[in-house]
Ligand binder design. Structure first.
Ligand code: HEM
Length: 537
């Protein structure tokens, strides 16, 4: 479509110069040497041996040997697209500047380019896209003030609310370290000891755990953020993406049928829709409450296992996003893109949500390892505005981020020799006050409140969703010990007695008549693994 992409941009070092007898399309080595024979290695006679000065062969193979970078430790399987975000300029009928000074929102019709990556979480880079999993919904806004990343999921809640528990949670969901298979016995061993997970599980094991594709899926920031206005006043904010295409989720049998013939269906659906000019669109909505602890609520507004009820905190539209361009190269863009919750622009801020703060350390840390020290110099990650820092060097330095007339000798600040200078402030700083002991403790609003919203969700599910949820929980829990099954039934009964009762009956029935389905992908019984043995039942 002629708009050019990050990849084309990255290739501008090639200025099209060709030597005599060469065409622009002439194959070369990465040193620019024209390749006259790409079929035959240089050998002593046509039967070999091959000689060590075979630069072309060695370079080609050694580059190939390094074609893979580490997969994302979570969210390895994904698809991405470019698009544009358009602001409405208002929120709830008022000028948005009353609540946030973030420039990307401030004017009706203002456009900001975006790159979005959708993903599934647990399995590897080419795992089937029909697996039960939250779906990632990560958006990079290339704003006039630098990048903003909103790293969200399709579901509005999460399993846990303290980042310290994240590696354990992921380990329970990842394949067993001995058998290398995902295992319901391990998953529910962890979850049954983590009662705050019941709300997420009530979504995840229902059809909401298998979105039909990426276009017909919601998105949510999940964690609580802040907006800050010119006066430094803050609001607590939850972000949501609402698909114009509607929401469509699959029951397990529907997903099985797709997986039998296509394990890339979501990637294909997104790519094909955009190629056909059928651009997917989402409205961007926020929920808002004044900054504060809100003791009047039975849940903590910083608890990411809870939704904010829409009747009290309505969804307020602030813009829309259209995805209108496929990546030119999957690896350069989708694989190397790096999102992080710390990547905010002026007017957007963190809340005290402890999960969010733990996440914020994790993203750039893993990206320095996964992509490399200078991952922010890659075209897909670099802001589309000027970058001028005094940070230098490191592996794969592609260029130096200086201002055009900056003294190149000055890579420090402050300086009176024409170095970089600080910017002026766009408004008052938001300066929250803290006065509390430094402790390790759960948030106060936990316990019974952890079951109420999960129960409400159970009652909101229609009969198709309830039946599928009970079947899927039965399947996965059939791999768990009786003790763990009983604990899960107890937790779901606290959510809603009908929920617990239906699961109990279904588990009892499955125990009497084990069906082949119960030994499916999550089904394998792990007991206490004494003496270093993984035990099966
Ligand atoms: C990816 C950590 C919670 C959404 C990742 C990655 C890490 C990570 C290490 C791989 C990043 C990369 O290699 O580029 C964590 C930690 C969490 C947490 C430590 C909790 C403390 C969450 C939550 C959400 C979420 C609550 C949803 C709101 C995502 C998404 C990606 C991701 C969408 C994929 C981004 C992409 O497409 O590149 N997370 N995560 N994570 N995480 Fe989290």
């Amino acid at each position: 479509n002629g708009t050019g992409t990050a990849v084309t941009g990255a290739g501008t070092a090639h200025d099209g110069r060709t030597a005599a007898g060469e065409q622009a399309q002439t194959l070369t080595t990465r040193q620019g040497h024209p390749v006259t024979d790409n079929q035959n290695s240089r050998t002593v006679g046509n039967r070999g041996p091959v000689t060590l000065e075979n630069y072309q062969l060695l370079e080609k193979i050694s580059h190939f040997d390094r074609e893979r970078i580490p997969e994302r430790v979570v969210h390895a399987r994904g698809a991405g697209a470019h698009g544009v975000f358009t602001a409405y300029g208002t929120v709830g009928g008022e000028s948005i500047e009353k609540y946030t000074r973030a420039k990307l929102f401030n004017t009706k019709g203002k456009e900001t380019p975006v790159f979005v990556r959708f993903s599934s979480v647990i399995h590897g880079g080419h795992s089937p896209e029909t697996l039960r999993d939250p779906r990632g919904f990560a958006v990079k806004f290339y704003t006039e003030d630098g990048n903003w990343d909103l790293v969200g999921n399709n579901l509005k809640v999460f399993f846990i609310r303290d980042a310290l528990k994240f590696p354990d949670m992921v380990h329970s969901l990842k394949p067993d370290p001995v058998t290398n298979r995902q295992d319901g016995g391990r998953i529910f061993d962890f979850m049954s000891n983590t009662p705050e997970s019941v709300h997420m599980l009530t979504f995840l094991f229902s059809p909401w755990g298998i979105p039909a594709n990426y276009r017909q899926m919601e998105g949510s920031g999940v964690n609580t953020y802040k907006w800050v206005n010119k006066e430094g006043e803050a609001q607590l904010i939850k972000y949501h993406w609402v698909p114009k295409q509607g929401v469509k989720n699959l029951t397990q049998p529907e997903a099985d049928a797709i997986q039998a013939t296509n394990f890339n269906h979501a990637t294909q659906d997104l790519y094909d829709a955009i190629e056909a000019g059928n651009f997917p669109e989402w409205e961007f909505q926020v929920q808002m409450m004044p900054d504060g602890e809100h003791p009047e609520l039975d849940f903590d507004p910083l608890d990411d296992t809870k939704i904010w009820p829409e009747d009290q905190f309505p969804m307020l539209p602030v813009g829309k996003m259209v995805l209108n361009r496929n990546p030119e190269n999957y690896f350069a863009e989708v694989e190397q893109v790096a999102f992080g919750t710390g990547v905010l622009v002026d007017g957007l801020d963190f809340s005290d949500d402890k999960m969010l703060q733990g996440r914020t350390f994790s993203y750039s840390d893993t990206q320095r390892y996964r992509v490399g020290t200078n991952y922010l110099q890659l075209p897909i990650n670099a802001p589309k505005k000027h970058v001028a820092t005094n940070q230098r060097d490191g592996q794969m330095t592609f260029h130096v981020d200086t201002a055009p007339n900056q003294n190149p000798h000055v890579n420090y600040e402050p300086s009176s020799l024409n170095g970089l200078t600080e910017s002026s402030k766009a408004g008052k700083d938001h300066e929250p006050m803290y006065n509390a002991p430094l402790i390790r403790q759960k948030i106060s609003r936990h316990g019974e409140v952890d079951f109420a919203q999960a129960g409400a969700r159970w009652r909101k599910h229609d009969e198709r969703e309830k039946t599928d949820l009970i079947n899927n929980l039965t399947d996965a829990l059939s791999a768990a010990t009786t003790e763990i099954q009983n604990r899960m039934v107890e937790l779901f009964t606290k959510c809603d007695s009908d929920y617990g009762q239906r699961l109990r009956q279904s588990l009892d029935k499955a125990a009497k008549n084990p069906s082949p389905a119960t030994s499916r992908y999550m089904g394998r019984r792990v007991t206490n693994g004494q003496n270093g043995q993984a035990t099966t039942g």
